[in-house]
Structure formats: structure tokens, C-alpha cells
Design a binder for this molecule. Structure first.
Ligand code: GLU
Length: 285
């Protein structure tokens, strides 16, 4: 990014539940960054996974952010309404032979991994052992022609051969970081039941919306290695990154829905004011 580019940040929650203080912290960080620099703050709802996301949570997210005192620029981008965009990206990668169909069930993959001597793991779990890469071309074509459900995987070794130099990104607190996207193996970019993946949609949308600074929790730090690869493959611009520590509770545990972190709704019902929530989320007004 050039130093003169106007700052564009975003908050990109998934509507799988109500927002908690950790989300408020992330949203405020992105919002403040943009507002202090006279830039733009975008809101994106990452709801492509219809098996986990619910529209009522999307409504609740907008309401909670407004209650917290945040505003955003332009319309909210709701990913599930733009599947055609992600399909175009997949088609472009497929045309360059960088994707391949995978017909495997979870069980088949698990059995193959259990039977192999080594089972390398990446940030998203065990690496795919390449079963469908070994299928004869004729069989792949026949199964596709029959309409057999399949995922699309990135052919990682081919993708890496497209790189012309070292892959890195700039993190606000860590400086320049060298990427190792191979740690993801042949990652799924389109699932059987959801025809796009988080990694694909997030990089597509950040590029489409001109996001210049990606702020997000440091749990997503490894994912950035893969996102940089997708950006280079698609010739999308490289944003800067600011990965922040996730907010922890008094016992030092990272706040999460699963561990019952109080939601902004819970706090509001107990009479906590937006200013108090902002302060609990790590911000003084
Ligand atoms: N939707 C992701 C989440 O809720 C965040 C994506 C991102 O900021 O890159 O964890």
C-alpha cells in the first residue's frame, strides 16, 4: 500500500451468534483507525456458511453496533448475496489449472490419514492426503459429468510455482512477516455444501472493497499466509495488516461464544451503557 492511499478498514463478523466484548474490541479498533485517519470503515457480514449462520444474528449485529455508537460507510456487504463473485474467482483459478475437484467424504480422508505413516497438520487441521489428485483424468471427467458433489481444492504446489519472489506481509506490530502458505496443503476453496470458502471470500472482498488495512484477531495470523498467496495469484493489491491479541477474561481465557462470554445484549439488559461497554472492550472515550 502506498502511504498516500486513504485508509480503509473493515469489521467482518460471521453471524453465528450474538456479538461479545471481543467483537466490540475488534470493531472499535477498525472503526477508530478509520475515523482518526479520515478514512473509511466498512461492515461486512461473512455469512456464506448457511449451515452455521442465521439472518437474525445479522440483524442483531447491526443493531448492537449502532447501539455501541459505531457507524459505517456505504452499504453493508452481505457475502451470501454475492456468490456469483466468488464463483468468478474460482473459475479464473480453475482455468489456470490451480484448482482440482475433490469428491472425498470426511470419512475417506480420515481413513487415508489414519492409514498413513505421517499426518502433517496445518492451521485448519490435517492436510489433505491427495486422494483425488491421483484419480485418472477420465474418471474425474465422468464423475463431474454425472454431477457428483465435489469440493474444489487449491493445487498448492502449482500455486507456489506461480510466485516470482518471497511472499510476505506487513503487520503493524510484528513488522514484515515471511509467509508459508504450504502449511495449509491443498486447502479447500469451495466446499461441497457451501460453494466458496472463508479464505476465498475474505480476500476477494477485501480487494473488491479497497481495504487497505486488515485489522483482526491474531488467531487469524496463519490464515494471512494463505490470503497473501491468493492475492498474488489473483493480482489483487496487498493490504497492510494489524493482528491484535484477542480479549481475555479475568482468568486469561480468550473470550469466545463457546465459553459463554457475555454478549453485548446481556450487558445491555443488565443496564451497562454503550460507553461502559466501549471501556470494557478496551477503549476510553
Ligand atoms: N469472519 C471472520 C470471523 O468472524 C473474520 C474474518 C476476518 O476478519 O478476516 O472470525
Amino acid at each position: 500500500m502506498t502511504a498516500t492511499a486513504p485508509l480503509v478498514t473493515r469489521f467482518a463478523p460471521s453471524p453465528t451468534g450474538f456479538l461479545h466484548l471481543g467483537h466490540a474490541h475488534a470493531a472499535l479498533l477498525a472503526w477508530r483507525g478509520a475515523r482518526e485517519a479520515g478514512g473509511r470503515f466498512l461492515l461486512r457480514i461473512e455469512d456464506i456458511d448457511s449451515t452455521r449462520c442465521r439472518p437474525e444474528f445479522t440483524e442483531a449485529i447491526l443493531e448492537d453496533l449502532r447501539w455501541l455508537g459505531l457507524d459505517w460507510d456505504g452499504p453493508v456487504r452481505v457475502q451470501s448475496r454475492h456468490m456469483a463473485h466468488y464463483q468468478q474467482t474460482l473459475a479464473a483459478l480453475r482455468q489456470r489449472d490451480l484448482l482440482y475437484p475433490c469428491f472425498c467424504t470426511r470419512g475417506e480422508i480420515a481413513r487415508e490419514i489414519a492409514a498413513s505413516a505421517s499426518a502433517p497438520h496445518g492451521p485448519d487441521g490435517p492436510l489433505y492426503p491427495g486422494i483425488c489428485l491421483r484419480l485418472p483424468a477420465g474418471e474425474v471427467e465422468a464423475r463431474l459429468a454425472e454431477g457428483e458433489p465435489h469440493a474444489l481444492r487449491l493445487h498448492m504446489s502449482r500455486a507456489l510455482r506461480c510466485l516470482e519472489g518471497p511472499l510476505t506481509f506487513e503487520d503493524a506490530t510484528r513488522g514484515r512477516i515471511a509467509c508459508d502458505p504450504a502449511q495449509f496443503g491443498d486447502v479447500v476453496l469451495a466446499r461441497k455444501e457451501v460453494p466458496a470458502s472463508y479464505h476465498l471470500c475474505v480476500t476477494h472482498d477485501d480487494a473488491r472493497d479497497g481495504v487497505t488495512l486488515v485489522t483482526r484477531g491474531d488467531d487469524l495470523l496463519p490464515a494471512t499466509d494463505l490470503h497473501r498467496l491468493l492475492q498474488v495469484l489473483m493480482r489483487w493489491p496487498e493490504p497492510d495488516y494489524a493482528h491484535h491479541p484477542l480479549l481475555a477474561d479475568a482468568a486469561g481465557r480468550r473470550l469466545s461464544k463457546r465459553d459463554g462470554a457475555p454478549t453485548l445484549r446481556d450487558l445491555r439488559e443488565k443496564g451497562t451503557t454503550p460507553a461502559e461497554v466501549r471501556s470494557l472492550a478496551g477503549w476510553s472515550d
